[in-house]
Structure formats: structure tokens, C-alpha cells
Design a protein around this ligand. Structure first.
Ligand SMILES: *Cc1c(COP(=O)(O)O)cnc(C)c1O
Length: 369
């Protein structure tokens, strides 16, 4: 197939790798673990893993067995940490895939240890501590017990201990400060100093706002893909998005005054106007919430979406401007000096950039440049 789909997600691999270089410089000696869950935040799991490994990312992270297995099948040999709580039925496969497992309870620790013994294989694990997110992880006091219990186990190799922020959105955020305090206090325990452990807590916001939380490893996801929070130190300024969503105008027509557009006629044009049809819809993961709210770039002009977004197409009002069938349409990203920002789309959909990125599905080809 020469031209599988008139819409595509373009990934600027060079920019992605530049983002990682900038983060590397910023975090100094801390290792970098790149979160690749949910198809690498929609960017494409294996190609992003390869690009990250190429620039020396120390560890990759996924949420579940399935994602880890896809990485291993594509030939990725780098260390992979599985963030999610593990399921009993999956432990054997996780061990066989040689991935690093998150241990967040005595019960799963025991199951994992048993499986390792059965298979005669060692497994590297990270202890997950709940410092305030209350998702997964053992309480700090339990962490001490669990660690002493597992320490020296012939088949479980405890290589790391970590926690996760509930929020770290600005440098004096009390929740984050509390969590850092809880985690660092726990790590002060002589038990954890008896042998080297990779200590980690910082996601993107933690990386940007809390240098004291960089510790031995950082786990920036959204930041590595190029999205900075509203405030950040100047040395991070070169970080930029590496994803754009583009399509081509598939149809053009002039509609008369009072014409109703798309399903339900949720938009009625007030005067004769030019309407272009764009071959992207919620079937690709382009949110229906953008109906009558969003905009796209055509010929370096911002043109509004009119009417309801359909499964595979939607319409824009070109007004008196020009648009020809085949013209490039930018749905996310830059065209000339205009830009449609992911954050704006997220705001229009009443959600966060993460969710918008994750929803782009396999129907849209990813092109790596
Ligand atoms: C998703 C995730 C991250 C990355 O979060 P960002 O906000 O994208 O940086 C880090 N750690 C854990 C445990 C995660 O689940």
C-alpha cells in the first residue's frame, strides 16, 4: 500500500531524541526510565522504544505484560520495568520475558518468588511504596517488613524501590512535598542502605519542579514526548512536541446560507460559505467533543470545525479563504507560524493532553521522520 490513509501522525524522531538529551542534561547523574505505556502515549510503542534506546535511555517502562511482550518481540533487549500491579496468571510470562516486576504486596511477592523457584529463574523486582497516591504500593512501614522479608531471597533480586506522585504541578505543591518527605524518610532507614537500590519517584512534573526528587532515576513520560508544564526552568526550553496530526482535504463545496452541517445540523451557516471535508473522525480517536469547538490549519489559516464530528470525517468553515482537495490540513502541530496545540484540544475536550494522545488508534498510520 503506497498510501494507506489520508490522515497520519507524524513523529519527529530527532525532536524526541533532543528532548531526551535535554532531560539527560537537566537530571545530571540520574538514570532515565522512559514510560512507553499506551502505545508510547499514542506515538507508537516499538519505534519510540528504539529511538529512546538509540540515545541511551537506561530503562523502558510499560504498564502491563502485553506491552512488555510487544517490546521483546520486536527485539528490544533493554531493561523494561512493568509499572502495573501484576496478575497471578501473568507472572510466569513476565519472568520468561526477563522484565523487572513491580512488587506491591507480600502476596504477589510470594507468588513471584514461588514461580521463580519453579522455573529456576531469577527475577529483578522494584518495591513500590505508597507515599500518598493510594493507587498501588505498600505503606512505608510495610515496605520495611517486606524488604527485610525478601532481602537475600535466592530468586528475587530487589533492584529498586519507588513511589509515584499524586500531583507535583508546581514547586511548592504540598502534596508533592509531603510525598517526597515520606519517601526520603523511609529511604533513610539503614535497611535500604545495605546495598545499592535504584530509588525513583519523579514523573514529568516531579522532574521539572523537584530536583531533590530526581534521586537515582527519573520517569518522565509526557515531558519526553515534548510537553512542558506552564512554568519550567530555562534549561528545559528546547523541549518541544514531536507529534503532529495531519490530513488532506478530501472534499470541497460551497453551501448556501442557512445550510445545516453534519449529523443533527448542530451548526447552521449564517451566510453562503466554503466548506472543506477532512477525512478524520472519532473512529481514529479524534474526539467528537471537538464538534463546533475545535479548529484546524489549512493554508496557514486557522479554520473552525463546524457541525458534529463523524466517525470518519468532519467539516470546517473556510469562509472566504481557499482550500483545495489535497491541501494539507494540520489538526495538531504547526503549519507555517500557526500552531494547534495539544493543550488547546485537551481544554476543548475538557480533559488532559495524555488522554487525547492515547486515544489515537491504529487506523492512523504513524510516520517517523
Ligand atoms: C505514567 C507514569 C509515569 C510518567 O508520567 P508522566 O506524567 O507522563 O511523566 C511515571 N511513573 C509511573 C509509575 C507512571 O505510571
Amino acid at each position: 500500500m503506497k498510501y494507506p490513509h489520508p490522515a497520519q501522525i507524524e513523529i519527529d524522531v530527532g525532536q524526541f531524541q533532543k528532548n531526551i538529551h535535554i532531560i539527560r542534561h537537566y537530571v545530571g547523574a540520574s538514570r532515565i526510565c522512559l514510560p512507553l505505556k499506551a502505545n508510547a502515549y499514542g506515538h507508537g510503542l516499538c519505534p519510540m522504544a528504539e529511538a529512546a534506546v538509540e540515545v541511551g535511555v537506561d530503562m523502558l517502562a510499560v504498564s502491563c505484560l502485553q506491552e512488555a511482550s510487544q517490546l521483546r518481540e520486536s527485539g528490544i533487549t533493554a531493561p523494561i520495568l512493568v509499572f502495573g500491579a501484576i496478575h497471578e496468571e501473568q507472572i510466569e510470562d513476565l519472568i520468561e520475558l526477563d522484565v523487572e516486576i513491580t512488587i506491591a504486596s507480600f502476596y504477589k511477592a510470594e507468588l513471584t518468588a514461588q514461580k521463580c523457584e519453579e522455573l529456576g529463574k531469577k527475577c529483578r523486582v522494584h518495591l513500590k511504596v505508597d507515599s500518598g497516591m493510594h493507587r498501588t504500593g505498600v505503606r512505608p512501614t510495610t515496605a520495611l517488613e517486606l524488604y527485610s522479608h525478601l532481602q537475600g531471597h535466592p530468586f528475587l533480586d530487589i533492584v529498586g524501590i519507588y513511589s509515584h506522585f499524586a500531583s507535583a504541578s508546581h514547586p511548592s505543591y504540598p502534596i508533592a512535598l509531603d510525598q517526597i518527605g515520606t519517601f526520603l524518610t523511609l529511604l533513610e532507614n539503614p535497611l535500604f542502605k545495605s546495598r545499592p537500590l535504584i530509588r525513583h519517584i519523579a514523573n514529568s512534573e516531579g522532574v521539572v519542579h523537584f530536583p531533590e526528587a530526581h534521586l537515582d532515576m527519573v520517569r518522565p513520560g509526557l515531558l519526553a514526548y515534548g510537553y512542558l508544564p506552564p512554568t519550567y526552568p530555562p534549561s528545559l526550553a528546547g523541549i518541544a512536541p514531536c507529534l503532529s496530526l495531519k490530513a488532506k482535504v478530501s472534499y470541497f463545496k460551497v453551501v448556501p446560507s442557512k445550510a445545516g452541517i453534519s449529523y443533527g445540523h448542530t451548526h447552521i451557516v449564517s451566510q453562503q460559505t466554503r466548506v472543506a471535508t477532512i477525512p478524520v473522525g472519532y473512529g481514529d480517536g479524534y474526539r467528537r467533543a471537538l464538534s463546533n469547538r475545535g479548529a484546524v490549519l489549512i493554508r496557514e489559516e486557522k479554520v473552525p470545525i463546524i457541525g458534529t464530528i463523524c466517525m470518519d470525517q468532519f467539516m470546517v468553515d473556510v469562509g472566504n479563504g481557499e482550500a483545495y482537495v489535497g491541501d494539507e490540513v494540520v489538526l495538531i502541530g504547526k503549519q507555517g507560524d500557526r500552531e494547534i496545540k495539544l493543550q488547546d484540544i485537551a481544554n476543548q475536550c475538557d480533559t488532559i493532553p495524555y488522554e487525547i494522545l492515547c486515544q489515537f488508534n491504529e487506523r492512523i498510520p504513524r510516520i517517523y521522520k
